[in-house]
Design a protein around this ligand. Structure first.
Ligand code: NAI
Length: 716
């Protein structure tokens, strides 16, 4: 059965329905290409009997885009064959586009990436009025570019400037926004209306050509050589580099393909696009990003880390203890997903204050037209702010987010647990205290688990699920369901101080602070962090977290290590933190003074005294940028390998996703373990040893790394 149904009506309107057999969504793979190779010549041979063509889909979505299974496997050796294949497919789309008859895309569901490029190759785009439909070219988010003509057609349609954010940031638009942006032409109220509108377009435009195929075509907003555009394009690459820090080849190649393509005719532009596409497809960064953000994330979302054999649970009533910063955010994230929330604090006033956090967030949505007043009232109606534990009666799940104090956490656990339904779950949002230790206060430690949220909860997508010694598989599976029910991504880790994310995060900030102690200029340290691909520099984030909190966590960890009979091995950063806090009173951002100065008006800047206190001019001058960048990425990757070795991490998928979503580990790497893989496990190990020889034994390759290096085997 062909993937494209060919139905010529008595009204001479040809409907091409894309319906790939054996797939839930249409993708650009071999079967699709074969169908295209069959269909297009048939259309061209039948033109006399055709007045117009409607392209639509039989699936729930219109077309899902390129086939990533296929693209992921393409290597540099296959580059020429890949280019030829892409060009051949684009030639078929082009043949339809230039056949002289009107071609209309009747977009019945999401059209993303290659799917939207098919629509762009049509003369007219009509989308169903359904706000869940997304349209756009998100290839860049996987390190790729729209290689199906998107970098050529979109600028010719709406101009380079308007096309840039859609192409280079991969923005997805809902139908109304897409209409406003000029990337679709009409919105239809029903499938029937959509088809009627498509026929009306065909009736009104018997002969059709794309604007760019008409004589005298001018690029909207000006071609690259137009003085106003030339001026903008002169600085555009620098502005882009400021954002990408040179870590992301995709947006750079997209800009190049669009601008270079706009200076030649469409067909040559299309060839330019394919060249850049092949370069990205065969490059390492797209492999890193596609591997992690597509395959591994899908695996996690499909329940890869969820114990099987436990029926999926839908939570109805969730208790949240502590209406502070975290509790308020957890309540919001839960209530917006349809669950009842009991938000408890020590006083009704504190609880109400926590609820007002939701009220403010929802009010912003209403003011921006993203939500109705009724919906806001409905969500707020689901949050019961209270000071009484009795209101927790009947909760399926209680999450505590009270102060970070074991005794207090024990007290609230004992108070809330009896109110849970039979087999209800009690979860702690502790950021540092081992779950096994907290579970001692529980009458049912098998139903006790860690749910570590990140701040701000409403924005951060990750939840780190921590399995205590006695936590049952069933509890883990159900906690996993809750995290998915609130639309977040769960990673599962075993219990350990700092779990996974906080442990690795600690190595990042400590490494940066340690560099300062060595005499390296603070600006170099911050820039090295950014150039390595971290979202912020290590000194910035230390100020955000606050150095007093770092001292607190350290003294608690030290106490625990010593209580267990071990010896505390101080990190060189500790002395710098103590000096900053104890001698200079510089605790961090909240205190108004840290590594940075925070003037009441204007931007923060590095505290000038850092130069006199720490900077060693000779060292600062001789420092190698590559060493600084490597130290930042290596130390976190090494700690991640240790977490795998110690069984804190259970899977490579969780390691990669957890490191990026939780810590902001440079996304271009595909995560802390993929960084090792793509560097080459053996080469990574050698470089780690080199860093250990120069900078300290914390870089010494752990045994697991040596084992993989020996076998030259990537982590999977
Ligand atoms: P917070 O200080 O903003 O809020 C704590 C709240 O607990 C306060 O409103 C307090 O009145 C309330 N509380 C105290 N005793 C209570 C009791 N007996 N019953 C009910 N409520 C009580 O603290 P935050 O930042 O929200 O942290 C809460 C927990 O989340 C801590 O364990 C913290 O380590 C953890 N966490 C914090 C993160 C952060 O970025 N702040 C990130 C991840 C976890």
């Amino acid at each position: 059965m062909s993937a494209i149904r060919y139905e010529l009506g008595s009204d001479k309107v040809l409907t091409l329905t894309i319906d790939m057999p054996g797939q839930s969504a249409n993708t650009m793979n071999k079967a699709f290409r074969e169908a295209l190779d069959e269909t297009v010549p048939k259309v061209l041979g039948d033109l006399e009997n055709i007045r117009g063509i409607i392209v639509t889909s039989a699936k729930k979505t219109f077309f899902a885009g390129g086939d990533l299974n296929e693209i992921f496997k393409v290597t540099r050796d296959d580059a020429q064959a890949f280019e030829d294949m892409v060009n051949a497919m684009k030639a078929q789309m082009r043949a339809l586009e230039t056949c002289g008859k009107p071609v209309v895309a009747a977009i019945n569901g999401a059209a993303l990436g290659g799917g939207f490029e098919i629509a762009l190759a049509c003369h007219h785009r009509i989308v169903l009025n359904n706000n869940s439909i997304q349209l756009g070219l998100p290839e860049v988010t996987l390190g790729l570019l729209p290689g199906g003509g998107g970098t050529q057609r979109l600028p010719r349609m709406i101009g380079l400037e308007a096309a840039f954010p859609l192409l280079m940031e991969g923005k997805k638009l809902r139908p109304a926004a897409a209409l406003k942006a000029g990337i679709i032409d009409e919105i239809a109220d029903s499938p029937e209306d959509m088809m009627a509108k498509a026929r009306a377009f065909i009736d009104a435009n018997p002969n059709c050509q794309q604007p760019w195929d008409k004589k005298g075509f001018k690029l909207p907003g000006g071609a690259p050589h137009h003085p106003a555009m030339a001026q903008k394009l002169a600085i555009a690459p620098a502005m882009l580099k400021q954002k990408t820090k040179g870590c992301y080849p995709a947006p750079e190649r997209i800009m190049a393909a669009a601008v270079e393509g706009a200076q030649v005719d469409f067909d040559n532009g299309s060839l330019i696009e394919t060249r850049y596409f092949a370069e990205l497809v065969t490059g390492q960064v797209s492999k890193n990003m596609t591997g992690t953000f597509w395959f591994q994330l899908n695996d996690i979302n499909a329940g890869g880390s969820r114990p099987s054999g436990v029926e999926k649970e839908t939570f109805k009533k969730v208790g949240v203890l502590g209406a502070g910063m975290m509790g308020a955010g957890i309540a919001y994230s839960t209530a917006t997903r349809g669950m009842e929330v009991v938000l408890k604090d020590v006083s009704a006033e504190s609880a109400e204050k926590g609820k007002s956090y939701s009220e403010n967030l929802l009010a912003t949505k209403v003011s921006r037209g993203h939500m109705t007043e009724e919906k806001k009232a409905e969500i707020l109606g689901r949050i019961k702010a209270t000071d009484s534990a009795a209101d927790l009666e009947g909760c399926d799940l209680v999450i505590e987010a009270v102060f970070e104090d074991s005794d207090l956490k024990a007290k609230v656990t004992a108070e809330a647990e009896p109110k849970l339904v039979d087999n209800g779950i009690f979860a702690s949002n502790t950021s540092t205290i081992p779950i096994t230790q907290l579970a001692n206060a529980s009458a049912k430690p098998e139903n006790f688990i860690g749910l570590h949220f990140f701040s701000p909860v409403d924005k951060m997508q990750l939840v780190e699920i921590i399995v205590g010694e006695k936590t049952s598989d069933e509890t883990l599976a159900r906690a996993f369901d809750y995290v998915q029910q609130i639309g977040k991504t769960p990673v599962v880790v075993n219990d350990s101080r700092g779990f996974f994310t906080s442990r690795v995060f600690g190595t990042f900030v400590n490494e940066g602070i340690c560099m300062l102690g060595e005499g390296i200029h603070p600006a170099s340290i911050e820039n090295a962090g950014l150039l390595a691909g971290m979202p912020v520099g290590p000194l910035t984030i230390s100020d955000e977290v606050s150095m007093t909190l770092m001292q607190l966590v350290r003294s608690q960890s030290k106490k625990d290590v010593e209580a267990a009979g071990g010896t505390w091995n101080p990190h060189p950063a500790e002395a710098i933190i103590d000096q900053m806090v104890n001698e200079h009173g510089r605790k961090g951002k909240a205190a108004g003074a840290g590594f940075y100065e925070y003037p009441a008006k204007g931007k923060k800047y590095l505290w000038p005294e850092l130069e006199t206190l720490f900077v060693d001019n000779e060292k600062a001058r001789d420092v190698k940028l590559q060493d600084l960048k490597d130290r930042i990425l290596f130390i976190q990757a090494i700690e991640t390998v240790r977490c795998l070795e110690e069984g804190v991490l259970r899977t490579v998928e969780d390691a990669n996703i957890g490191s990026i979503f939780g810590i902001g580990y440079a996304p271009w790497t595909g995560g802390a373990i993929q960084f090792v893989n793509q560097y080459g496990v053996r080469a990574f190990t050698e470089r780690a040893q080199e860093l250990a020889n120069i900078y300290g034994e914390r870089f010494t390759p752990p045994a697991l790394l040596l084992e993989y290096a020996e076998q030259e085997k990537p982590f999977t």
